[in-house]
Design a binder for this molecule. Sequence first.
Ligand code: 5GP
Ligand code: MN
Ligand code: MN
Length: 475
Amino acid sequence: DPGRFTQVDATTWRVDPWGAMRVPAIIYADENLIRDMDNKVYDQAVNVATLPGIVQACYAMPDAHWGYGFPIGGVAAFDPDRGGVVSAGGVGFDISCGVRTMLTGLAVADVLSVQKSLADSLYHQIPAGLGSRGAITLDALEMDAMLIGGARWAVERGWGEARDLERIEEEGCMAGAQPDWVSERAKERQRREMGTLGSGNHYFEIQAVAAIYDLAVADVFGLVQDEVVVTIHCGSRGLGHQIGTEYLREMLVAAKEAGIELPDRELACAPINSEVGRRYLGAMRAAINCALANREILGHFARRIFAHFFPNCDLRLLFDVSHNTCKVEPHIVDGRRRELFVHRKGATRAFGPGHESLPAALRMVGQPVLIGGSMGTGSYVLVGEATSEAKAFSSACHGAGRALSRHAALKQWSGRQTVDDLEKEGILIRSPSMRGVAEEAPGAYKDIGAVVAAAEHAGLARRVARLRPLICLKG
Ligand code: 5GP
Ligand code: MN
Ligand code: MN
């Protein structure tokens, strides 16, 4: 309901602090998106704004919808020197869930000539679905090496290429990971899950570059009209989920001990400078490495499968970026540089041009911001904007965002029918779960075009290219 906000401009809506709020809540969206937005986003953004040590504002992106405690599409930064907290629900259960896009250099026509066999090959060779298991089994030593090394570990083991690393956040390896603070139960769940896609919302998609909005940046990114890219969306599998679940329980106790008033139990958190806070951060960083390793391995599988169909094809990584994290980053607040713990939950890091952490080849233009739409409608590649630093600590939306709950989607669509309808549009869907396909039907998501237009208007990131799905393997 737009009436609950003060409208600042066409795509900025503010809730001034009331009650226990320490900072305003700011939502970026156009009027239609705000009108249709889940009311819970307002409540949850207001709740997050009450947490100790929160800096500047609590933000929600145009794709925001209800999440556990924090909204999905939420960004909140905390200052450790002012009692700031870290929250398991503010990171999300699928720690470091994220997206990578790889360039194939192939023309759409090349892929269409083998579309069906390529789809079947993906379905048979990429383990997908609930509890799916892979061919890789890790013993205790290898588990710890993976949790410390991330994608770098995968490359060392031959499941990836060294040149990929500079195209991955943190150069593929998150520092500060503490495998000792990851439970045996979490490690056990991950023992046979490396190189698996997982279920539901996760996907392995072959896409065509359908439109280019910024030729110069597309050129730097290597995106060419009517060429084919591969996009992989998945996270830290059972390990991340187990860590989230366990620390959530610990954080309820920790918050109480620290005297933090929680407006909602789901906001369970611990001071950054506390024993539980430090332990969670060490475990979460290990889970980030698990996700980075997993996407690197899946990228390796993509190369293997493509090499079978196109022997001369060379898959190059455009970028790999997470959208469920808490990262320590320097940001300018009130003219002063401060080290903040930035939670992005269902929000993409979106560094603008010149950012020191970007690889040399991309630094001039800014970070690729990889955004899913749905298996039927399309996806986008955006580029980080300098303005995003002041708008939302250099963050942008991460997808279209759900318009309907899974439950509501299941009532409205049949998985089989969705697959048949999309096949008529030239999009091949493969999935072990027809129920999953129904829950993920394109109509269950918001209008991706409207979401990215709002993100662009708000100065969060700028459109570079639109991607159209050709084949989607759904978890
Ligand atoms: P999440 O990380 O919140 O589960 O999902 C991220 C975004 O991915 C969703 O908001 C949605 O817009 C998008 N998405 C979900 N399923 C698919 C799919 O099969 N293909 C593509 N391209 N995007 C999807
Ligand atoms: Mn995920
Ligand atoms: Mn995700």
